[in-house]
Design a protein around this ligand. Structure first.
Ligand code: NAD
Ligand code: TYD
Length: 338
């Protein structure tokens, strides 16, 4: 395949690029990434050594840039990871979320339509369904997003479905649960808590710490995305989760045990506004494509913790960078944590 991977310099996108280059010997993989605070060229260090890989810095909202790249490399498929992704940032300043996650998606769909591309895979999230007290969401459930982030992602999904309905485009939607693994920006729960614990800093646990997420190791997620891209039926939505539902407290205490750090590092802080209580996915549909997770949860978490221990050069500069400092000041004010 000749693929355009947008947002490929981020966490999940860079793992997906590595997987495609390794497992599909004939692929050409072109990454288009704006390199926002979350995009990191170091995430693509392995891919850069491959002659079948190209990197272009640019914005998915710019139609001319997108079309020029598609024409130049005769691209057939788009996998759209590019997004603003952090819920807390969306609560502080939502504008970029609507721009990239809705308008950016629509710009890409328009390019797919104009260039009669073969496939468009939208990387979406379980957060578009909102919170669920018991049971698990199915692909047919209504969208009830509750944060500016999840509302923007839902807006992107609706654009994708509208382009299917109106123009018959060969689109697919993957709705993944919470990912974790190496190279995740240290503002999300697991990398923030692992790196704070390594520095003997406090771990700011929101509310009562009993909010629940359905966790999936990033490599399992990327293999699932690959199955959807290769075998998914156009027009269909696929939930993608590993069924590891844990409270934030359980995640926090497992991290502390793995690092042999005391529970006194945990600080209960004021809750996130509109904090979704629980996410869980029914994944029968993707399992029918033959996919299943390969990584047991604790083994994957241990591997992830070890990666952050072994790569301080990757995260220390991000945590002390100017952009992160600005965000942390806002965040500290909001959560009343030092
Ligand atoms: P990330 O924040 O690590 O990376 C996002 C990437 O998109 C960055 O490289 C950034 O530079 C790029 N980007 C942002 N705006 C852009 C624009 N306008 N044009 C081009 N590039 C732009 O995100 P991630 O965690 O790797 O998530 C990737 C995708 O997966 C997102 O669409 C996200 O909604 C979805 N998702 C993530 C999770 C998760 O747990 N991380 C779970 C479910 C779904
Ligand atoms: P996060 O990693 O931001 O992912 P999402 O909000 O997309 O699920 O947060 C995961 C959970 O951890 C969520 O319930 C909020 C909680 N959390 C904390 O308790 N403290 C923190 O500092 C962060 C970033 C998250």
């Amino acid at each position: 395949m000749r693929l355009l991977v947008t947002g490929g310099a981020g966490f999940i996108g860079s793992h997906f690029v590595d997987l495609r280059l390794k497992q599909h010997a004939r692929d050409l993989v072109v990454v288009l990434d704006k390199l926002t605070y979350a995009g990191n060229p170091a995430n693509l260090a392995g891919a850069r050594r491959n002659p079948r890989f190209k990197f272009i810095k640019g914005d998915i909202c710019e139609a001319r840039t997108v079309e020029r790249i598609i024409r130049k490399y005769r691209l057939e498929v788009i996998v759209n990871f590019a997004a603003e992704t952090h819920v807390d940032r969306s609560i502080l300043s939502p504008e970029d979320f609507a721009r990239t996650d809705v308008l950016g998606t629509q710009t890409l769909l328009e390019a797919v339509r104009r260039h009669r591309m073969k496939r468009f895979l939208q990387i979406s999230t379980d957060e578009v369904y909102g919170s669920i007290e018991r049971g698990a969401f199915r692909e047919t459930d209504d969208l009830k997003p509750s944060s500016p982030y999840s509302a923007s992602k839902a807006g992107g999904d609706l654009q994708v479905l509208a382009y299917r309905h109106t123009y018959g485009l060969p689109v697919l939607i993957a709705r993944s649960s919470n990912n974790f693994g190496p190279r995740q920006y240290p503002e999300k729960l697991i990398p923030l808590f692992v790196t704070n614990a390594l520095e003997n800093k406090l771990l700011p646990l929101y509310g009562d710490g009993l909010n629940t997420r359905d966790w999936i190791y990033v490599e399992d997620n990327c293999r699932g995305l690959d199955s959807i891209l290769e075998q998914g039926i156009p027009g269909e939505i696929y939930n993608l989760g590993a069924g590891n539902t844990h409270t934030n407290w359980e995640i926090t205490s497992t991290i502390l045990k793995l690092l042999i750090k005391p529970e006194s590092l945990v600080k209960h802080v004021i809750d996130r506004l509109g904090h979704d209580r629980r996410y869980a996915l029914n994944t029968r549909k993707i399992r029918e494509l033959g996919w299943q997770p390969a990584w047991p949860f604790v083994k994957a978490l241990k591997h992830t913790v070890e990666w952050y221990q072994d790569h301080p050069e990757w995260w220390q500069s991000l945590k002390s960078g100017e952009y992160m400092q600005y965000y942390r000041r806002q965040y500290q004010k909001r959560h009343r944590v030092k």
